[in-house]
Design a protein around this ligand. Structure first.
Ligand code: MN
Length: 479
């Protein structure tokens, strides 16, 4: 057993057993742990907000009071660490995937309330022309981004036939005073928009900005059509999510949200959107996209605007955890000996999957590789390792490849298969898959692949040992 597989000592266990239910509670939680940086007022919305967010990514969430003098502050970097997400859930880091799987399989219906803080202030198009850039502090992130974006809004739409809601995150570019260009990939929002469009109708939509990390995570769940992801948020919260009806549509939105932008997708209208800095650290292209006309904005009296900087850890983690949970469920259907999976940061938490198995048969590693590729088309490289390797530590995985993998025997290549359109190295989403079986032979002599181990190493308290310092080394040796 490696030291990475040891259960955490009691002292380091999370002391936040309750799930976090609002953005404000989460900011309090971060502040109490010295993980919140509050900048001086008047940070520039163009580039400067993103620059600070990026440099503090993984270290601190960032609060920007009065950006460009705007009364509404901006926050970024809410969840830049898997351990933080575990705390938001009120579980251990090792339990994050199982906890999310459980919530996705046991959703909790929301509860409608008559009013909520999300509607304390109401701006309506029919009572005066809306100018989104005046109401909200909309940042521009990257050098070549097409303009200011709403990047961390959960979009809620309803199935025009069943009324069931869908929740997902889309990049939304400000293209006019009350107009957004929205990237709608062919998933559930797309399906509802096309249903409305074929009937010549607009599709009502609400973009909710400023929710807790668990609601953000729930929005990324991979569940069937007509499963309202707000019910997964309720399961993660451990109680029904309070929702209010929008002022201009029948959409129900989280009552405790900071800001709600209400509007509708215009049928048969497409306008240019992009470029926009995306998760693989490249720009998503400028192209004709769906257009949303804004008809109302509601917000708290002292609202906070959340932005996610593309390609940062917050962006990657919010997508990765639900995908890992889904892949783990998928693999375990056929391989009960799969112990854990991880979409690694170096693989932009989409393209590289590390899988830990307890090998029980020769050849299993390759079957698991093929199973993983069948489970998620964005996967490009899969590495399978034994249970003594920490898949959350890329150096450990590289060590397994260095010492247990032979390219002529353990390599799987699948040419000309479907991949991510955001991988610039393939041809419009068609490219190769590569699998590395870095497990040791099932019947190897015991000592040949046994990791070296120093008895007692895991019991040493490194922090205490370091406190002793080295300045007095001469006198220490004399005494
Ligand atoms: Mn959905």
């Amino acid at each position: 057993m490696s030291k990475h597989d040891m259960p955490p000592p009691e002292a380091t266990r999370s002391n936040t057993p309750q799930p976090v239910r609002t953005l404000r509670d989460w900011l309090d939680h971060l502040a109490a742990r010295d993980r919140l940086a509050v900048l001086k007022p008047n940070t520039r919305l163009k580039f400067e907000v993103a620059a600070y967010s990026k440099r503090l990514d993984g270290l601190r969430a960032t609060v920007f009071p009065k950006p460009d003098g705007h009364p509404i502050p901006v926050v970024s970097g809410l969840v830049s660490d898997r351990g933080w997400m575990a705390e938001a859930m009120g579980v251990e880091p090792s339990e994050v995937l199982a906890h999310f799987q459980n919530a996705a399989e046991n959703p909790v219906p929301w509860q409608e309330v008559a009013s909520g803080p999300a509607q304390e202030v109401v701006h309506r198009q029919d009572r005066g022309a809306l100018d989104l850039a005046k109401i909200l502090p909309l940042p521009t992130h990257n050098e070549h981004d097409g303009g200011p974006y709403i990047a961390a809004g959960i979009m809620i739409v309803r199935n025009p036939k069943t009324g069931k809601q869908n929740v997902s995150i889309h990049r939304c570019q400000l293209t006019g005073p009350n107009r957004l260009g929205v990237l709608v990939l062919p998933r559930h929002t797309f399906t509802f928009q096309r249903m409305a469009e074929e009937a010549g109708q607009p599709l009502d939509a609400a973009i909710v900005v400023g929710v807790d990390p668990l609601t953000l995570l729930a929005s990324q769940a991979i569940v069937p059509l007509d499963h309202d992801e707000l019910e997964i948020a309720g399961a993660l919260h451990g109680r029904p999510l309070p929702v209010v009806k929008c002022v201009a549509s029948d959409i129900r939105v989280p009552a405790d949200a900071e800001i709600v932008i209400e509007g509708r997708f215009l049928p048969h209208v497409r306008e240019p959107e992009g470029p926009f800095g995306e998760f693989p650290q490249y720009y998503g292209e400028r192209a004709p996209r769906e257009v949303m006309e804004i008809v109302a904005v509601t917000h708290r009296k002292d609202a906070i605007f959340h932005t996610i900087v593309g390609g940062g850890l917050e962006h990657q983690l919010l997508g990765a955890i639900p995908k890992e949970a889904t892949l783990l469920t998928h693999l375990r259907r056929n391989f009960s000996n799969v112990l854990d999976v991880h979409l690694s940061p170096g693989g932009v938490m989409r393209f590289h999957l590390f899988v830990k198995i307890r090998k029980t048969q020769e050849g299993q590693g390759k079957n698991v590789i093929l199973g993983a590729f069948a489970g998620y088309f964005d996967l490009k490289h899969v590495i399978v390792v034994d249970e003594d390797v920490d898949i959350h530590n890329p150096t450990e995985v590289e060590w397994a490849v260095a010492t247990r993998f032979q390219a002529d025997r353990d390599l799987v290549i699948v040419p000309e298969s479907q991949g991510s359109k955001l991988d610039p190295s393939n041809r419009d989403g068609v490219g190769a898959k590569m699998g590395l079986d870095a497990t040791k032979p099932f019947k190897a002599p015991e000592m040949k692949f046994k990791r070296i181990y120093v008895p007692g190493e895991e019991a040493i308290n490194v922090a205490d040992t370091l406190k002793q310092g080295g300045a007095d080394w001469r006198s220490a040796l004399k005494s």
